[in-house]
Design a protein around this ligand. Sequence first.
Ligand code: ATP
Ligand code: MG
Length: 264
Amino acid sequence: MAAISVRAVSHSFGLPGKQNRIAALKNVSFDVAPGEFVTILGPSGCGKSTLLNMVGGLLSPSEGAVQVDGTPVLQPLPERIAYVFQESTLFPWYTVEENFAILLRCRDVPRSEWRTRTLAALTSVGMQDFAGHYPKQLSVGMRQRINLARGIASDTDILLMDEPFAALDEQSRMVLGEDLSALLGRTGKTILFVTHSLAEAVFLSDRILVLSARPGRVKATVAVNEPHPRPPDFMLTSDFSELRNQCYALLRDEIRLAMAEAVA
Ligand SMILES: Nc1ncnc2c1ncn2[C@@H]1O[C@H](COP(=O)(O)OP(=O)(O)OP(=O)(O)O)[C@@H](O)[C@H]1O
Ligand SMILES: [Mg+2]
């Protein structure tokens, strides 16, 4: 059974018949197998976050259906799905460790395990020395790494990640990408990931869905047949370059279309 199943999903924002109604997604269907890493690539505004919000149960599609492990998604399912958002979502008045405590309490993790779980997750992103800091004492990139660690600490089978590395410098992105590939090799989590980086998509994914300009449709699917964990040398191979070029060729026209519409 698919871990995530998206069937004929279309979504529009705004009221039917109103001028400002926006068609964000059109007839999108795909499955994600248990343990698979699938990335959604597409021009800005093509509905990637909208799609993730539907899988995460934060939004109901105008048409079509989303299922997780065969069950329709009608609300957030925190015990099965963790969500790493595009923006950092830490409470500013709590320390990093207190932010983790809130999450772990909500998940009924025994208090005796909070510290170990928190430090293990922080260590996985190189932030173990900042447990006592407040979010405002951290850089944007550090806050984003903590966000990522919170997703890992949730210990769910499914992780939804919406541009989790967007605020990071290129080198940190690459290192965290390697760590994520290792995590996948170790835990077999199912990950649905959104990025604008072609290299990140190819390095991390088992499959890449390329969406068209808005309303987003699945334009093509690109498979990356390389087991996890992937060594950094994978980026130096001709297979890697070919896949990256293939994704760019598929995206280029869609990005131009999206830009032309934004200017119009
Ligand atoms: N709550 C909302 N109300 C009205 N329109 C919305 C809402 N959320 C998104 N949209 C519109 O739906 C379209 C898709 O938005 P979405 O955020 O899913 O795009 P995206 O692919 O994630 O873009 P980006 O790459 O810039 O993050 C956009 O045109 C956006 O303006
Ligand atoms: Mg988005």
